[in-house]
Design a binder for this molecule. Structure first.
Ligand SMILES: NC(=O)c1ccc[n+]([C@@H]2O[C@H](COP(=O)([O-])OP(=O)(O)OC[C@H]3O[C@@H](n4cnc5c(N)ncnc54)[C@H](OP(=O)(O)O)[C@@H]3O)[C@@H](O)[C@H]2O)c1
Length: 338
């Protein structure tokens, strides 16, 4: 793991060890990279005084808990809520805190006008707008499932609009303020943004996209002093509203009804029902303790040297992710897929 991280500091050409001088240069770089890794510590933190953070998707789940947790740590929170205008229960609870440092804002990440309006509200409420906004946490997301042949193009586009293009839209809108603060961008991806899974393509491709976007942005922002981190949660479905048995049933009914006849006939109802049953089982298996995710985001916002990637997940998924991302496909497919 350390070796993998350490090696990522080097351009590929440094690994062509043709002569003695190349070896020496590699060793020198290895030792400076090792001290870089060692210097990343949970003890070294930035000061929260007057720092403000925008979090998207605060109506429920991680976003809701993050808003409260980061507020308790002293941050000013702009809590983007999809259903603020509809008086959702989560929004009401955040508003009922009656804190000057907790401001809910209407924010559908698919809607550019709502994003622009939210940014206006943020600028009006920052103590010193010239010093910018410390952080944005792109958390808003939706999920679905289904084999490639079961998934309509509308579904692919709908999930990408929120998870991927929503993240890009909100980030672009916030960057001028974040750059002024030399602040942080924290994108909530998923373990499914690193390793794919059968029947999850509409979700996986959006999270792989979030990973690529985050890497490009991290490279570009480094000279500006802005740090970009990705949080890749494992399975916390039992703790959030991403799926419920009712939602799985609603998705399955719609999917079956809209399937082309040839797909229905070729796969058959039994195959389809077995896949839906497997999805129900998966959704009942997640962790109910979201604190690893909350702590990861908090570290990414507060540590002087935040990590590039955070992996809040249980050992099973952590090991599976390592094997699927580091071993040859023939081996990892055999272990986990076939
Ligand atoms: N739970 C897990 O196991 C897990 C694992 C890996 C990654 N994640 C990621 O974690 C993030 C948070 O999800 P969660 O698990 O906390 O699920 P969640 O409870 O459903 O939270 C997602 C939030 O995003 C909001 N949202 C949906 N569409 C939106 C839009 N167009 N604009 C703004 N907000 C929108 C939802 O609002 P409504 O409640 O009003 O619909 C909800 O508040 C997502 O990016 C998800 O992909 C979750």
């Amino acid at each position: 793991m350390l070796a993998a991280r350490t090696c990522s500091y080097f351009p590929a050409r440094t690994l062509q060890l043709k002569d003695h001088a190349s070896h020496v240069r590699l060793l020198q770089r290895l030792s400076s990279a090792a001290s870089l890794v060692a210097s990343r510590t949970y003890a070294s933190q930035t000061d929260q005084g007057n720092k403000a953070v925008l979090i998207t998707g605060c109506d429920s789940g991680f976003g809701f808990s993050l808003a409260k947790n980061l507020h308790d740590k002293g941050f000013t929170i702009f809590a983007g809520c999809l259903l603020k205008n509809k008086g959702d229960a989560g929004v009401k609870e955040l508003d009922d805190m009656k804190s000057d440092r907790m401001k809910t804002v209407q924010l559908n990440v698919v809607n550019q006008e709502e994003i622009d309006r939210a940014l206006e509200i943020i600028k009006e409420n920052l103590v010193d707008p010239d010093k910018g906004l410390w952080g944005v946490v792109n958390n808003a997301g939706i999920s679905t499932f289904g084999e490639v042949e079961f998934t309509s193009m509308d579904t692919y586009k709908e999930v990408a609009e929120v998870n991927l293009w929503g993240t890009v839209r909100v980030t672009k809108a916030c960057l001028p303020l974040i750059r002024r603060a030399k602040g942080r961008v924290v994108n909530i991806s998923s373990m499914l943004g690193r390793m794919a899974n059968p029947a999850r393509s509409p979700y996986c491709i959006t999270k792989f996209g979030v990973e690529a976007f985050s890497d490009c942005l991290r490279y570009e922002m480094h000279p500006m002093g802005v740090k970009v981190s990705v949080v890749e949660p494992g399975n916390f479905i039992a703790a959030t509203s991403l799926y419920s048995p009712e939602r799985i049933k609603a998705i399955a009914d719609k999917m079956w009804n809209e399937l082309p006849e040839i797909v229905k006939n070729d796969y058959g109802r039994k195959y389809f029902d077995e896949k839906i049953a497997r999805m129900h089982t998966y959704c009942n298996s997640g962790s109910t303790d979201t604190s690893p995710v909350i702590n990861s985001v908090s570290h990414a916002l507060t540590a002087t040297t935040p990590y590039t990637r955070y992996h809040p997940m249980d050992y099973y998924w952590w090991l599976r992710m390592q094997i699927m991302t580091h071993m040859p496909g023939a081996i990892s497919d055999k272990i986990y897929i076939h």
